[in-house]
Ligand binder design. Sequence first.
Ligand SMILES: Nc1nc2c(ncn2[C@@H]2O[C@H](COP(=O)(O)OP(=O)(O)OP(=O)(O)O)[C@@H](O)[C@H]2O)c(=O)[nH]1
Length: 575
Amino acid sequence: GVLSLAEGDDRLALDEYVFYLEDVDADLTFTEIRSSTAWQANESTFNAGYSASAWWFRLVLDNASERSLERWLELSAPLLDSVHVYVVEADKLVSRYRFGALQPFEERLLPHENFIVPLRWEPGQRLEVYLRVQAAKSLEAPMALYTPKAFAEYDYRRNAAKGLFLGAMLLIGLQNLLLFGSFRDRAYLFYVGFVISMALFLTTLTGWGFRFLWPAAPVWNEKAILLGICLVSGFGLAFIRNLFGPHVQSLLLTRIYRLAYGVTGFGMLVAVIAPYSLGLPFALLPAVMASVIGITVGILAWRRGVAIGKYFTLSWAPVFLGVFIVIGLKLGWLPANVVTRNALFAGVGLEMLLFSLALATRINAERRARLLAQRQVLETERKVKEELEERVAQRSRELDQLNEQLRILSTTDELTGLANRRILESRLAELWRDNKRKGRYLALIFADIDWFKAVNDTHGHAVGDAVLQGVADRIREVVEALGGLAARYGGEEFCILLPGYGLAVAAAAAERIRVSVGEAVYPAHGLKIGVTLSLGVAARVPDTRATYLSLLQQADQALYRAKAAGRDRVCTPDA
Ligand SMILES: Nc1nc2c(ncn2[C@@H]2O[C@H](COP(=O)(O)OP(=O)(O)OP(=O)(O)O)[C@@H](O)[C@H]2O)c(=O)[nH]1
């Protein structure tokens, strides 16, 4: 039971060296407990849960070194209501201190969130330290002994870790605030509330709230713990409800949410107006409800295939566990040790980490979905445009074909397939201009079927048509071989253009046409008809003194002379 200290024992956990004694009516005096025989040995970190008793602790320390020893005793349970310390050296009470979370912070011996008792005693001396502790909150008494230097070092590391943890929480809060800014999803906003109120709650729980934020308000410090639990639960509930929104919905669930909100509100009310011990169960109830609802809804969503359901459930599970471990610890059902005392921190830390990952996944999924939608819109747009273009192209192809048909219709003679008079005259005008420039001959032949009226009159119009077609074929044959243009000029009259031909050559061509047409027999409706052709030829190099009409006139006069001279012949102009 006696702890013998030498130099170099920098940090010692005192749990197994401590004796404790329960003062059920909280009325024993220091003298009475010093002589009591009811002291019991302790094994692990002392944890009485919720207890109305006063608890006494005794520690016996020997200085086994050669010099005077200086040690700090730390009782790291910042929420204990009252801590009375008695230090006895050589049977003499040498110092007495009073601490407690119910006194303003500045009254503390050392400004620290935990209770620190400085000790100093001489070589060979024995020191007895007695602590009397009372708390309306759960009563844990983890104690450790440090050299002042080791304490500074240890405290520095512990604070750095706490600071990092809180900093991470604030960052995650900020991240979700930004997410709310861009997505306008209220789930993010409630998550900000959840994280920030959780940070405040943990700050209060570790004594930092009292030390740094409201050192002069011990009463508020108690209420802040309960309000913190309710706020975390309320924000947690609202977050879960908004996160799963329409995915997990039922009348029963809506009622459960309402009930949980009601319980949370009531918990806050009791926290404000009632003493701590009464307020605590009403604050724990919403926490338990939020934990259970969270895990249940998460699993439901997961089973229904909601993407975020899986991640949420996995991240909520540590919180769920953490809450129950802490409650078990505070009720004295679970032993106080490194695992149980840090379960809530670990749970919350893990939750934030996992949920941040889940959020990243969700944001990625949303972005992918948006990109996909965008791409689909673009693709549809492109297709519509393509279809439109294809249709326009199709239309213009059809138009081209129609135009071509129209052109053919307007430029050809329907019966014979030769060019019509309009085309012939425009071609003539063109060639006249060209050949005038080039100083080249242009020849023109008029050809007229002889006695055609008689064919019509004797055999009928249909036979006449067939003969016209046959004659046209013969003419075309000869003219195309010469590179000229043959046209039906009207009725049974044809006109032929031979660019580059002088009169003699053109007359020879006319003669070839006359022979070809005259030799042929034209089958028509069972008959075999023969016809002859009269032709008038003219040719000249176009000049400025005349128009192409003069060429037409000359050829026409020549044709007239051929008719007059007895038909079936070729004539050229006189002189
Ligand atoms: N079947 C048919 N007959 C036509 C067509 N165009 C004109 N004709 C006929 O051609 C005949 C032309 O007769 P005319 O101008 O008197 O001369 P012709 O009988 O050929 O005698 P000449 O020219 O003096 O040798 C008319 O009977 C017209 O009806 C046609 O497209 N089809």
